[in-house]
Design a binder for this molecule. Structure first.
Ligand SMILES: [Zn+2]
Length: 257
């Protein structure tokens, strides 16, 4: 069975261990691609049921609201166990293969492996395993084989030397709005009975914005999201090297500053 005709493939799919991982790290990129008319998707591997705050149904509803803010065409949840992601588990790999073959993304965004949260490192490895296996004819799911053309890694807490930085200046407001949609994770009221976490600490959202500003500054943008590739990036359209539609060369700087 090929992709459903009423459900066209996505151009770009971002995979995360928990609902909100993608918004925090590359929400601006998803919003930017959607604004430019590309179809985007998010695959959450788990429902975040081990999270200190909120319930799985709450986070489902929040994930839906956040996807709408970012203009995401398809959001899927693989329903894998939070705290139990295992890149060597054949069933878990197959669950991700099925979504890749359904959504057929040309570009797959994964968490960079060197991360604070072990689930995120496992999500990264599971995404790689599944992306490779999705292209193998003998891995049977009843769908046509498919392999993403490229994989890029997004940055979380630990920095890496970026291969590229995407200009998300025009999309940064929507990124923050999408993060705020996860109210159970980020908002804390005076009568709150749930525990405070790393995410509810004052200044957390500002720290996200500061990082995006930092990487934007490195590339001459107001806000930028950094990515890393493991191999060389292919260049088909030379115009992409000349400023790729931003009207300025990389590193030349924003016109408003
Ligand atoms: Zn997470």
């Amino acid at each position: 069975m090929s992709a459903r005709p009423d459900l066209p493939p996505v151009d770009l799919l971002a995979l995360g261990a928990h609902p909100d991982d993608v918004e925090l790290s590359c929400g601006g990129t998803l919003a930017c691609f959607a604004r430019r008319g590309h179809r985007t998707g998010i695959l959450d591997l788990t429902r975040g049921e081990l999270g200190s705050r909120g319930t799985a149904p709450t986070r489902d509803a929040e994930a839906e609201a956040a996807a709408a803010v970012l203009g995401v065409a398809a959001r899927r949840n693989a329903g894998l166990p939070d705290g139990g992601l295992d890149p060597f588990d054949p069933d878990q790999r197959l669950a991700v293969v099925r979504v890749l073959r359904e959504l057929r993304p040309r570009v797959l965004l994964l968490p960079w492996r060197e991360v604070r949260h072990p689930d995120h490192a496992h999500a990264s490895a599971l995404g790689e395993e599944a992306a490779f296996r999705a292209g193998l004819h003998k891995v049977e799911t009843g769908q046509e084989p498919f392999r993403p053309a490229s994989i890029l890694y997004y940055m979380e807490r630990y920095a890496f030397e970026p291969t590229l930085i995407l200009d998300v200046s025009a999309d940064h407001g929507r990124k923050l709005e999408a993060i705020r949609a996860f109210r159970s994770q980020f908002e804390r009221s005076d009568d709150d009975t749930e525990p405070a976490t790393y995410l509810t600490r004052p200044g957390f959202l500002e720290s996200i914005a500061a990082r995006d500003r930092h990487y934007g500054e490195l590339a001459g943008f107001t806000f930028g999201e950094p990515f890393r590739a493991r191999g060389a990036l292919a260049l088909v359209d030379p115009a992409a090297l000349l400023g790729g539609g931003t009207g300025r060369a990389p590193g030349e700087g924003g016109g408003e500053r």
